[in-house]
Ligand binder design. Sequence first.
Ligand code: ACO
Length: 443
Amino acid sequence: MAKNSLSIIDNRTGKQYEIPIEEGGVIRASYLRNIKTGPDDFGLMSYDPAFTNTASCRSKITFIDGEKGILRYRGYPIEELAERSNYLEVAYLIVKGELPDRKHYLAWEHNIKIHTMVHENIKNFMQGFRYDAHPMGMLVGTIGALSTFYPDANNIHDLESRRLQTRRLIGKLPTIAAFAYRHALGFPYVYPDNDLSYTGNFLSMLFKMTELKYKPNPTLERALDVLFILHADHEQNCSANAMRAVGSSQVDPYSAVAAATAALYGPLHGGANEAVIRMLMEIGSPKNVPAFIKAVKNGERRLMGFGHRIYKSYDPRAKIVKRIAYEVFDVTGRNPLIDIALELERIALEDDYFVTRKLYPNVDFYTGVTYQAMGFPMTMFPVLFAIPRTSGWMAQWAEMVRDPEQKIARPRQVYTGENLRHWIPIDERPEPLMREDAVSDRI
Ligand code: ACO
């Protein structure tokens, strides 16, 4: 019997099966199909709603140890990258696997910057959104529309095409995001200024008014750059999974990034930072924190920005964001909501409910107060997440496209519906039975 294997006895038949344990403590779910009661039996399958214990791919991009609070991109600790690198360099690392030397960095920067412009029709398209459109909804729609401008992007098995779409997306996301922001204010859209850094140009497209040249505040420019580094990738989260699942149908990457952006929009994912600010404003004062915590413990409320599927200790990104928040406050003035956030964290980290469930602040807990101090409206928070995550999505997508083990994503189900029934003419049908247990099935 091989040492690296799992022996299973099926008590229904008495048969014993050996399943190899592969590198990383993995067993292939497809082996379970061999465990049958007879030739007509489908075989066993694993049931894992929300993929809490199922690996959907092998990946070399991001490593997380949720128990120890470790996050690394391509092996580099997030703390080192946040301290010493910049977003464009990190995007290169994530997409290409290595840090660039100077020559390659300059070429990469040039190749991204020449794609910051968007077609004028994109601008016109965006002007068609309602005056109060949520910028994240505009982002989802406009990224999807990009696929109509670049039909060559269908060529997903061509390396040069994949590279080009990656550069286009990383280059254009800040422009589309800034247009979405200006749209809500009724201000004219500002075209890119490629003399500025990636984040400096983004700030210019957001906040430039009548001045001839926008000069970003270096502290805020650097703070945003570090926040972009922290958000660049996070392995198989909801939006990366959406990117891979949608991309597995071999659709173009713009359509897949639109789907990933939509996944990010939800309040349990990238929308959480907006939800955190709404929660802090509702709490209103540190003295109301105990009552709010009580409501959370009673299951009436959820402490937004706390808890994570993977991290069962302090999210390493949250530690860095907390430091960045104070650097930003030195320029902008203190956001008073920070005091409520600090009090929530203090009480929660001492409370049994949170301690036993291993609920700690996640990256979103302190990003909202930081973005708000920088002058961003809440609706822009998930947009600020989507911009840097584009490099991660494209890396995840390219890895999926190149992986010979990948096929179109198609989970199985456990069917719990009716057995065979036959169609009856409409006038002969009895009144539909509204069973108590069936009500929840209805839309
Ligand atoms: N507040 C209160 N209780 C919580 C919270 C929370 N924020 N998060 C989890 N719990 C409780 C659950 O009620 C559950 O308790 P129970 O065992 O008594 O039923 C237990 O902790 C486990 O929680 P799950 O929901 O099973 O954990 P899951 O891994 O499915 O969810 C998630 C993770 C979605 C992030 C969750 O913690 C949450 O909703 N947090 C708030 C939203 C948030 O901050 N999202 C951002 C995540 S980070 C990101 O996407 C960038």
